[in-house]
Design a protein around this ligand. Structure first.
Ligand code: ADP
Ligand code: MG
Length: 460
């Protein structure tokens, strides 16, 4: 199959040349459909599933339109969560790295306000942020959008779900009418259509329907449960299959928190992920899950959406999702690429109607399975292979993964094989180490110098 190439787009040279070393040659379907229209300057409403390459599509569009010499805010990208904003900012910086002196700034809630004001005073071309915080900067007069050329609403459905509707309207009202608006959403319920109508003009709709052959690697299981047996069925599934990593989806924050407590009380290695946690808790949970230091993440859709979690061996829906497309999204978290995965959905008699609707929507039967045998409930919970060492230093302290590996392995106490994923954030680094060397690794980091100084560290 011949996918269209980026070279056919007529991108400016620094943008086009830089795509090659990044390994971007052929466009993904959503890019092929949306980029020509975006580059024409039209408003676009785009619908495609997570992982389809939407960021590159809107980022190339706004970078092509940008005039670096005009040192004003020309693009604003709004995202539902700080993690997504960080991911988007990273991708934009990568794509823009051949354009000199371009300034990309993130403005997210949960971060200190003052330093953001300082950064704004220094100026920026592109802002990536969450609606609440961006609105606050506008309201207090720190952020001016009168020169805005491109407005991007990424994961618009999630932003509305999170109650950002008013903030979004406030922000949009401060932008010039002449702006280009690009709105991306995985689902299109009525409220998104209403908002699209309000914020876009003569928009071109582009949609990439998910390929059903992709989901064939996902083994979907439906388990009929009574409400009071729901938790035991969940426990049985975990104990029977012992997946290395599982995301369990709940429909509300409250349920997420309660289920997390129950799973923890049952002895499993688990953390919650939802919007009421502070930034530190969320980034710890994600780091520990990604590096295999916890086996289970109990999450709301909002919190788990769009995050770059690798293919999961198992996804469990503790209840059927309220929205059919959300269901498809959830189970798409497993069985990615060549990996096969299992998606388990628990449903009560009351929820059967949703299952029927889902069958109608997907156009196929969703077979029911027998719940795991009761003897599994007698088994002991399993444990993850790694632990996480948190170091109180990151990119701002010039810390790099190599420094950490060096300090751990220098005199042979810890072998390479015992070190897992290393994630270096702005002010903190997370290092996965196997259980048996965890204490030793902690001592080494506390005793040795990294980049010429000592850092505090602890096992989390
Ligand atoms: P979405 O926002 O649609 O969920 P992303 O923009 O985060 O998806 O892209 C998912 C991944 O695909 C990213 O890791 C990105 O680097 C990669 N990617 C995007 N476009 C291309 C491309 N044309 N060729 C190869 N990889 C790509
Ligand atoms: Mg995205």
């Amino acid at each position: 199959m011949n996918s269209p190439l980026f070279t056919q787009l007529g991108l400016s040279e620094p943008l086009a040349e830089n795509l090659k070393p990044l390994g971007y040659h052929q466009m993904t379907p959503i890019q092929a459909k949306s980029l020509p229209v975006i580059l024409e300057g039209k408003d676009v409403i785009g619908q495609a599933k997570t992982g389809s390459g939407k960021t590159v599509a809107f980022a190339l569009g706004l970078l092509q339109a940008l005039d670096v010499k005009a040192f004003r805010v020309q693009s604003l990208i709004l995202c539902p969560t700080r993690e997504l904003a960080d991911q988007v900012a990273k991708e934009v910086r990568k794509l823009a790295r051949a354009i000199h002196n371009i300034k990309v700034l993130t403005l997210c809630g949960g971060m200190p306000f003052g330093p953001q004001v300082g950064s704004l005073e220094h100026g920026a071309h592109i802002i990536v942020g969450t609606p609440g915080r961006v609105e606050e900067h506008i309201r207090k007069g720190y952020l001016k959008l009168s020169s805005l050329k491109t407005l991007v609403l990424d994961e618009a459905d999630r932003m509305l779900d999170m109650g950002f509707s008013e903030s979004l309207d406030q922000i949009v009202s401060q932008t010039p009418k002449s702006r280009q608006t690009l709105l991306f959403s995985a689902t299109f319920p009525q409220n998104i259509q209403d908002m699209s109508d309000r914020v876009t003009t003569d928009a071109v709709h582009v949609e990439v329907v998910s390929d059903t052959s992709e989901s064939s690697l996902i083994d979907e299981h439906f388990y009929p449960v009574e409400n009071d047996s729901r938790f035991d069925v969940l426990r049985g599934l975990l104990l029977k299959h012992q997946p290395e990593r599982t995301v369990i989806f709940c429909n509300t924050k409250l349920e997420t928190q309660e289920l997390y407590s129950n799973i923890k009380a049952a002895g499993f290695s688990v953390l919650p992920l939802h919007g009421d946690l502070d930034q530190k808790q969320r980034s710890r949970a994600l780091a520990k899950f990604a590096n295999k230091s916890i086996s289970i993440l109990v999450a709301t859709d909002v919190a788990a959406r769009g995050l770059d979690i690798e293919a999961l061996p198992m996804v469990i829906n503790y209840h059927i999702a309220r929205d059919l497309e959300v269901h498809v999204h959830r189970i798409g978290r497993t069985g990615r690429a060549e990996h096969s995965g299992m998606a388990c959905t628990l449903f009560s008699e009351k929820e059967r109607i949703k299952k029927n609707k889902l069958e109608e929507y997907l156009g196929r039967d969703l077979p029911e399975k027998d719940v795991p045998d009761a003897h599994y409930l007698m088994e002991k919970p399993f444990y993850p292979e790694m632990r996480t060492l948190e170091i109180a230093g990151g990119k701002k302290q010039k810390l790099r993964a190599g420094d950490i590996v060096g300090a751990l392995t220098a005199s042979g106490e810890v072998q390479f094989d015992n070190i897992g994923k290393i994630q270096v954030n702005e002010f903190v680094a997370y290092v996965a180490v196997s259980h048996k060397v965890a204490k030793m690794a902690l001592q080494l980091i506390e005793q040795r110098k990294l980049k010429g100084r000592k850092f505090k560290a602890r096992l989390i």
